[in-house]
Design a binder for this molecule. Sequence first.
Ligand code: HEC
Ligand code: HEC
Length: 237
Amino acid sequence: MERLPSSPRPRWRPAQVAAPVLLAIVAALGLAACGDTVGYSSGSGDKIHGKELFKQGCGSCHTLYDAGTTGQIGPNLDYAFVQSRIDGLGQSVIQQVVRDQMAYAVTKPSTGSPGMPRDIFTGQDAEDVATYVASVAGLDASGQPIDPANPPKPAGPGGAKDGKTVFATAGCTGCHTLAAAGSHGNVGPNLDDAKPSKDLVIDRVTNGKGGMPSFKGQLSEAQIQAVAEYVSSSAGK
Ligand code: HEC
Ligand code: HEC
């Protein structure tokens, strides 16, 4: 090929760009070959709305640094996507993976451990969540891939003392319906119907049962007392 005498320095070297782009194409083809993508995740989602939804509907089961969630039922999503970041997979690929997971999650794994409910969010809400997760998963506060050996610690419920805040941030909302908290989870019993006593809430939150994890290491005794007081006094109201 002939060189133009005064050609400016190229702004990027083809070799730097080619590998990630290729990987992205391969991954996208792989997904398409499964034949079950829920429409193309266009990247048009609203990240701020997606973050709110993630905290309500996903954080009970997933740790994600940016959202401050510490759920441990499902995989840590920073770990799940950090390798994709390091490999340079594009955001749109990660977004499509998240979007597909919401629609086609394994609801009852053969291991007997709790699975992930399908269609927690659909339509534009699902698009917003996928856009949000793809924009932050695997990245630290400065947008660099996290160091899996020394990951940043999500805030979680932190030192929250009031039961309402604990309920909203510890992950209860992802699994339980409670009108007072505006939550619609349906993995566990509807708490408005169950109207549990304070003692029952303390027992479940402390010890877990079946699909309900124990929060012993995650919440202080005072936080468990507070959330139990809140649930037992607001359920069914
Ligand atoms: C009740 C717990 C629960 C909730 C709520 C939940 N998940 Fe999951 N999630 C899981 C489990 C368990 C897995 C692993 C099994 C599987 O792949 O289905 C998983 C897997 C995933 C994966 C795949 C991670 C990987 O390693 O490949 C993504 C992405 C994901 N979830 C995103 C979400 C999003 C987004 C939401 C909210 C809309 C959500 N999850 C809500 C339990 C949950
Ligand atoms: C991953 C899903 C999940 C999360 C997160 C979760 N729960 Fe549960 N919860 C369940 C399931 C499933 C049951 C039913 C357990 C059983 O009886 O087998 C349950 C049972 C309960 C019960 C007993 C209801 C009854 O009448 O039997 C209470 C109370 C309760 N949960 C409160 C909470 C609170 C408060 C939180 C947050 C600190 C929370 N749960 C977080 C899934 C969850």
